[in-house]
Design a protein around this ligand. Structure first.
Ligand code: FES
Length: 245
């Protein structure tokens, strides 16, 4: 292929010399994220069936019921995990590729001819990620408290399938937060240098989790949706929560 042909091809949107199925990954991400967004929005708008026995849906935790709020209580807290995921370094890559095609994959031409990074509104708001991390960490404390409550059946210790679902969900969400790039910087940073020995060690330890951030991002996303679905269907009487102990 001549250089002139290559240059011409380079200017066309989505042009590439790649011969593999590069479009598959952004397509799967677009479908996965899209399905979750549709379900989570629907579940948040319901405003009911979020409690069943000792279980509380993670979409509604902590449960805040105030007389002046006329909408679903989920909206009082969901903006925190939504903001946390939306500004997550990993998800940014995923949805920039899947939804904005900017670019859709390595070595594939983006349809957009301009690039301003994250220096302009609204993308400059991605810098709020570190603050959403603090909010998400506070919510995690409530989720762990919900896990403890989920083992309490009328004052007695018990284990239901729902207890395991909520426990697994909170473990995965914790791993997602612990593996966060901002968390690693917060814990391992020392005025942006590695002079402090113990912080350098912490940085390396968190890096073990951080390497799998994509895995925790997807598994926790699936599990938090499933945990809401589980509590919802038990609350509606569609599913029966089996007691294991
Ligand atoms: S980078 Fe993904 S949660 Fe912080």
């Amino acid at each position: 292929m001549s250089i002139a042909t290559l240059e011409k091809q380079d200017k066309k949107a989505l042009s590439t010399n790649r011969t593999d199925n590069w479009w598959l990954e952004p397509l799967v991400y677009a479908i996965g994220l899209g399905l979750f967004l549709v379900y989570a929005t629907w579940a948040a708008f319901q405003g009911k069936n979020y409690e069943s026995g000792p279980y509380l849906s993670p979409f509604y935790s902590p449960l805040i019921i105030v007389s002046w709020w006329k909408f679903s209580p989920a909206f009082l807290i969901l903006w925190i995990p939504a903001g946390f995921r939306l500004t997550c370094y990993y998800y940014r890559k995923a949805y920039y590729r899947s939804y904005f095609l900017g670019p859709p994959a390595c070595s594939v031409k983006s349809p957009s001819s301009t690039y301003s990074g994250e220096t302009k509104f609204p993308f400059i708001l991605q810098n709020l990620h570190r603050y959403f991390l603090i909010g998400a960490t506070v919510l995690l404390l409530f989720l762990w408290s919900d896990v403890i409550k989920s083992f309490n059946f009328n004052g007695k210790f018990g284990v239901g399938v729902g207890s395991i679902v909520l426990l697994l969900n909170t473990i995965l969400l914790s791993l997602y937060s612990i593996s966060c790039h901002s968390f690693r910087h917060l814990i391992g940073g020392c005025m942006d240098s590695f002079k402090c020995g113990y912080q350098f060690n912490l940085y390396h330890k968190i890096s073990c989790a951080n390497e799998h951030h994509m895995f925790w991002a997807w598994t926790s996303l699936f599990m938090v949706g499933f945990a809401d679905l589980y509590v919802r269907l038990c609350s509606m009487g569609v599913w029966t929560d089996f007691r294991l102990l």
